[in-house]
Design a protein around this ligand. Structure first.
Ligand code: ZN
Length: 379
């Protein structure tokens, strides 16, 4: 990972680079920040820069042996620790048991959350732990000499997942690592960390990405159009992980007039069979997409209302406007407030991790009723 691959964060990057140049490197550092920000990628870029054999002015060379190893996260003097789960019949799981999977996921997206990691391992609704065997394994590794490089890095992703035994075992190491060993911790939950650990580290606070950084990353790296990048950026709220998931997933599909039209037709026909298969489809889309779908639905309903009020000219070449013109008669002052409120509520429930099938099914039943609410005749 190069510094230049990470959007924004220029001030932190400069501080990290200058600490290396001046040889003032704290032996234990804590990269701290909200989910989906640059903390892990910065820690990796920093470790790579430390070990790069031909450092450039403000980045690693990306060409030397060390850089090539770092690009795959396989450098022999890089030890990575992260929360793991008791799965696959492994009795005392440690990071090494899952390192290939972790590398693969992080190389695809260094902004992921611990939940994404557990999901990737096929387990949802379970919390990973850094177990005490991890401390023993690391201590053993650190008694050996460095393989190739001047600096040995211990990267601990989500140290707040260490249980107390692990944390206490690692305290001494964090306070006084062996010569040439640097501990880089990457955390998003400061309050869960032992105060004794915090007091022994230098803290590097990382801000969320700003909208411009997210938007230009999406356009440049993911080839997303201006318009879509804008929608995704609003929804991602500075969380790059969310932004990436929104473009990897079916943002095109969930925010399309076809998807909304299909839903409304099923509701209007009160077709429970079709609704049940549509509910299954909806449940598979992932929470971010589900939210976007409801937000998009709200936008279309609002356009219908505007059309009714102002009766403005719509372009018939535009799919969305064509639909709005046809659908507007079903939206009126009697049902629109209710529809908006229910869409809002559905979005909140998705955020609260409620069951998406129940949310979608119930909302659809309400829509079936609301679409039949006729406009009161003016006297
Ligand atoms: Zn290099």
């Amino acid at each position: 990972m190069l510094f230049s691959e990470i959007p924004g964060n220029n001030k932190v990057k400069q501080e990290l680079i200058s600490s290396v140049k001046k040889g003032r490197i704290a032996h234990a550092q804590l990269f701290l920040g909200n989910p989906g920000n640059a903390k892990l990628s910065l820690a990796i870029a920093y470790a790579q820069f430390l070990n790069c054999e031909h450092k450039k002015e403000d980045d690693s060379c990306n060409n030397c042996y060390s850089c090539l190893m770092y690009n795959q996260l396989t450098h022999p003097d890089l030890h990575i620790i992260f929360p793991v789960l008791k799965i696959n019949k492994i009795k005392n799981p440690i990071s090494e048991n899952f390192i290939a999977e972790w590398r693969k996921l992080i190389l695809e997206n260094p902004y992921i959350s611990p939940q994404d990691w557990y999901q990737y391992l096929g387990v949802e609704n379970k919390q990973g732990v850094i177990y005490k065997h991890e401390a023993r394994d690391l201590q053993k590794k650190l008694t050996l000499k460095n393989y190739e490089s001047a600096f040995r890095i211990v990267l601990i992703w989500m140290p707040e997942k260490m249980n107390h035994v692990t944390a206490n075992k690692l305290l001494k190491l964090i306070e006084e690592p062996p010569n040439g060993t640097y501990i880089l911790m990457v955390s998003e939950d400061y309050e869960q960390l032992l105060p004794t650990i915090i007091s022994r580290t230098q803290i590097i606070k990382n801000k969320p990405f700003n909208s411009q950084e997210v938007a230009s990353f999406l356009k440049k790296e993911k080839g997303i159009s201006n318009e879509k990048a804008e929608i995704i950026t609003i929804n991602a709220k500075g969380n790059m992980n969310k932004a990436i998931q929104l473009c990897v997933d079916e943002i095109e599909e969930v925010s399309s007039i076809e998807a909304f039209q299909k839903w409304m037709q099923i509701c209007y026909r009160v077709s429970l069979n079709e609704l049940s298969s549509l509910t299954d489809e909806f449940a598979k889309k992932g929470r971010e997409n589900q939210k976007v779908f409801f937000q998009y639905s709200s936008t279309v309903i609002r356009e219908c209302l505007m059309f009714n009020v102002f009766n403005k000219e719509l372009s018939l070449d535009n799919k969305q406007e064509r639909f709005v013109k046809n659908f507007a008669p079903y939206i009126n002052e009697e049902n629109s407030v209710s529809i908006f409120e229910r869409l809002e509520k559905a979005i909140k429930n998705i955020e609260r991790n409620a069951n998406p099938k129940i949310i979608f099914y119930e909302l659809s039943l309400q829509m079936m009723r609301l679409l039949k609410v006729k406009r009161k005749l003016a006297n």
